[in-house]
Design a protein around this ligand. Sequence first.
Ligand code: NDP
Ligand SMILES: O=C(O)C1=N[C@H](C(=O)O)C[C@H](O)C1
Length: 262
Amino acid sequence: MTETTPGIVIMGAAGRMGRMLVQAVCDSDHARLAGAVVRAGHDWVGQDVGHAMGGPALGVIASDDPLEAMARAQAVIDFTTPEATLEIAHLAAQARAVHVIGTTGFDAAQLERLVPASRHSVQVRAGNMSLGVNLLTGLTKMVAAALDDGWDIEVVEAHHNRKADAPSGTALMLGEAAAEGRGVTLSQVADRGRDGITGARTEGHIGFSAIRGGDIVGEHDVIFAGQGERIVLRHMATDRMIFARGALKAALWGPGACARRL
Ligand SMILES: NC(=O)C1=CN([C@@H]2O[C@H](COP(=O)(O)OP(=O)(O)OC[C@H]3O[C@@H](n4cnc5c(N)ncnc54)[C@H](OP(=O)(O)O)[C@@H]3O)[C@@H](O)[C@H]2O)C=CC1
Ligand SMILES: O=C(O)C1=N[C@H](C(=O)O)C[C@H](O)C1
């Protein structure tokens, strides 16, 4: 580790993903932890982040001042909430820091509001940062392109009981890939939740279902249901570290922070 090792700030450091990200950066030879930001008034503020996580000191004090933290860093990795991410986008643009966005649950208007900041800083956003899901996205597009509308496409996802948004960001990514493969616009064909007398399924639609329970890390099936046969593409995450490593890779890849080998 040298003076030129890219500095990374973790937003929402006390969250499920925040803790993983702190660990991933500290385990990497190619990045250093430049800051760990928590919500204003959080009891971690002023504590060494390693101690706050119940481990040895990491030499980084948790703060509630994202702009000050970013001034000392090349990139900020942000797995928080849509509202917090919109604020961070604005600050990352001021600091010219690469903004890696893992947050999901944005509505269309919120996604639009991310655009101005992306003119001043690099934004890397994905509903899922794992290698496996990004491969699955390509496979989904390929299979959807090969099959006609007679094959019904359903995306089924399962997550832990604390998850705030549905369908998951990954499910929507997979739905977009399927729609792209079919040459249609997802918003025009998405069935997001069925209840009651729904009538027969509309041919060409892409359906979404969400399961919430226990400590499920994240599971996604893309089902292509035909007559007399069915294809299922599946990804199962069993360790959140896959998302953290993917996000760190994105932070080091983003222009301005790619001085070192990934
Ligand atoms: N793209 C991907 O690969 C993945 C994406 N995700 C997404 O990441 C997001 C976070 O997930 P998860 O870690 O499970 O959720 P958590 O609720 O555990 O963590 C979110 C953290 O962000 C903090 N936070 C919220 N607002 C602010 C703010 N303004 N300033 C500082 N900190 C803030 C929260 O603090 P507080 O609790 O005090 O409010 C909390 O600690 C979700 O949208 C999830 O879907 C998750 C895994 C993988
Ligand atoms: O909230 C989570 O936990 C996850 N969120 C992401 C999503 O919404 O797809 C990625 C992963 O599945 C875990």
